[in-house]
Design a protein around this ligand. Structure first.
Ligand SMILES: [Mn+2]
Length: 440
């Protein structure tokens, strides 16, 4: 990795004398923190560049990029090598995604998968790049920690991350991974969607009650934050959550390390920042979260407003789902939210309810929301065992048209609004167990 990073620095140094630089990064938390680290490092290195944040790399977009520029990709592009081969210019990629095509000669790839290196997120790679450039960039390490939890890499950390965590002066505390761990617990519980706690998620009253049950007192008018709990309080809280129907096994997967980092001179939960950055992107304000990462106070205010709004959207959506009429059968539930839930959060809503104890393992959840003249469809499987939801969607859109993307346990598609009834009917017939064995 060291040699590759050095090569990248040499290449950027020489090509930047002849060509302008375009940097392109991904819109999720890891991509935004990658962009923040990279931008600051380039600025300190006196390199000018323009930056774009994108949701993905489609062929037309890559085609539209100019040839006489140095193209630098962060946290993406490992899967787009065949398109990049066509570009008549130098390309540098800092990424950790799978490399499925031959690396063309105009591309310099920095990717831990290439050399059996410890897995790093995009922000982790960008941080190593920045630190190789100058030790002064060590003050960007906290952003690499946010990227790490954004991409949920924390279950398997190696030596490089040990050092990054040290550079960021991170405090690590074991406990329940309920965020924000650095804010009063009543709010953290009210907004908790993972775990989804029946009677508590979305209800301030329920949150106060569970804290009373767990014997967690108010001190000077406010509840303790998760990271301030004693061991006994932590275990009381875990028991109280289990008593509300959250499965013990599911809860145990939510016990792990809390990462507390400093940003704006305060100790804060890295997961909370990751969620905030993600919320800004989902609400279409990636530049605000980028400014936030770079320490801009006005962006911080804006980002917090957007994040708050995003959480309210989510809570309102969950409330809508719990009260609305659903189409249910054996092992499936279809939620047609129409205009009642924003299309940008319908996937998150489907994910949250697929983790709620209301549904049995193997249940398929399909949620629909309008997006102008289209309908955004998100399908999730509850638990690990069950039908392949991507295949289910594929079958359902065969006749009406629509492109399906995703994985066997989480997939989505866009369909035309006129096809609403037809889609639901065809979905039902695929999900219903056959009433008779006869086929024509
Ligand atoms: Mn990533």
């Amino acid at each position: 990795m060291k040699e590759r990073l050095q090569e990248a620095i040499t290449l950027i140094e020489s090509v930047s004398k002849k060509k302008p630089i375009i940097v392109i990064s991904h819109y999720d938390t890891d991509g935004i923190t990658s962009a923040a680290i990279f931008s600051r490092a380039m600025q300190r290195w006196n390199k000018k560049f323009s930056l774009q944040i994108v949701k993905g790399l489609e062929e037309p977009f890559i085609k539209s990029l100019p040839d006489n520029h140095l193209l630098i990709f962060l946290d993406l592009a490992s899967g787009s090598l065949d398109y990049l081969k066509e570009k008549n210019t130098e390309v540098v990629i800092f990424d950790h995604h799978e490399i499925i095509q031959q690396i063309p000669s105009n591309v310099l790839m920095v990717n831990p998968l290439l050399e059996n290196h410890e897995m790093l997120s995009g922000a982790g790679i960008c941080y190593l790049f920045a630190k190789t450039l100058s030790e002064y960039n060590k003050d960007l390490a906290h952003l690499a920690v946010i990227g790490m939890v954004g991409d949920t890499l924390e279950k398997n950390l190696g030596k490089v991350y040990d050092e990054i965590l040290k550079d960021a002066d991170t405090t690590i505390k074991k406990g329940l991974l309920l965020y924000p761990s650095s804010r009063p617990l009543d709010r953290a519980l009210e907004y908790s969607s993972n775990p989804f706690i029946p009677g508590v998620t979305g209800s301030y009253k329920g949150a106060s009650e569970i804290l009373r049950d767990a014997k967690i007192p108010r001190i000077e008018g406010r509840y303790k934050a998760l990271y301030e709990l004693t061991e006994e309080e932590m275990s009381n809280l875990i028991t109280a959550i289990m008593l509300r129907g959250v499965d013990e096994k599911a809860l145990h997967t939510l016990i792990g390390n809390l990462y507390l980092i400093k940003l704006f001179n305060k100790q804060e939960d890295a997961r909370e920042f990751s969620a905030l950055i993600n919320a800004c992107s989902r609400m279409d304000f990636p530049h605000i979260s980028l400014g936030f990462c770079l320490g801009n106070r006005r962006c911080r205010e804006e980002a917090e407003k957007i994040y708050h709004e995003y959480k309210q959207h989510l809570i309102a959506a969950l409330k809508y789902v719990s009260e609305s009429e659903k189409i249910s059968g054996k092992d499936y539930t279809i939620i047609n939210a129409r205009n009642n839930i924003k299309d940008t959060i319908i996937g998150t809503v489907a994910s949250i309810i697929s983790r709620s104890p209301t549904y049995n393992e193997g249940t398929i959840i399909v949620a629909l929301a309008y997006n102008e003249n289209k309908i955004k469809v998100s399908a999730r499987m509850v638990g690990r065992e069950g039908r392949n939801v991507r295949d289910v969607l594929h079958k359902a859109v065969v006749e009406i048209g629509g492109e399906v993307g995703g994985h066997p346990n989480a997939a989505g598609c866009l369909i035309a609004k006129e096809q609403e009834d037809k889609f639901i009917e065809s979905l039902k017939s695929i999900l219903e167990p056959r009433l008779s064995a006869s086929s024509s």
